[in-house]
Ligand binder design. Structure first.
Ligand code: FES
Length: 125
């Protein structure tokens, strides 16, 4: 098979996109640890899901620049709406990563551009 410009050979995936996971790998109202190579470095990410919507952030709290999970992969969420930092309980909105309560109120998680193709969550390159 010959590939044209911008084609990867995987249906629906364009060059530079990274498949992170299937939407259904993330509990509805929950969070899941992911990892991707960004700028040549392995980078810890966290995906949060509400229904059919998913958002992906770097797994780094803006308070002390540490991972949001105390035990790797164990995230706390609040009412399926917010992601809670395990260290000092800052609460971040799923939909934009804004901290609405806690020691870094007003700061935001670093968002990554993702899109869905069926169940697949793709990180845009
Ligand atoms: S390190 Fe996340 S709230 Fe302090």
């Amino acid at each position: 098979m010959e590939l044209g410009p911008g084609q990867s050979g995987i249906a629906g995936l364009t060059m530079g996109e990274i498949t992170l996971c299937c939407l259904h790998d993330i509990r509805d109202g929950g969070a899941r640890a992911l990892e991707a190579t960004l700028d040549g470095k392995p980078t810890a990410l966290v995906a949060v899901r509400r229904g059919e919507d998913v958002w992906v952030y770097r797994n780094r709290c803006p308070h002390f620049s540490v991972p949001l999970d105390f035990h790797p992969g164990e995230f706390n969420t609040y009412r399926g709406q917010m992601l809670m930092c395990a260290h000092h309980s800052a609460l971040f909105r799923f939909e934009d990563g804004l901290c609405i309560d806690g020691p870094c109120q007003g700061a935001s998680l670093e968002a990554l551009e993702v899109r869905r193709d069926g169940c697949w969550v793709l990180l845009e390159g």
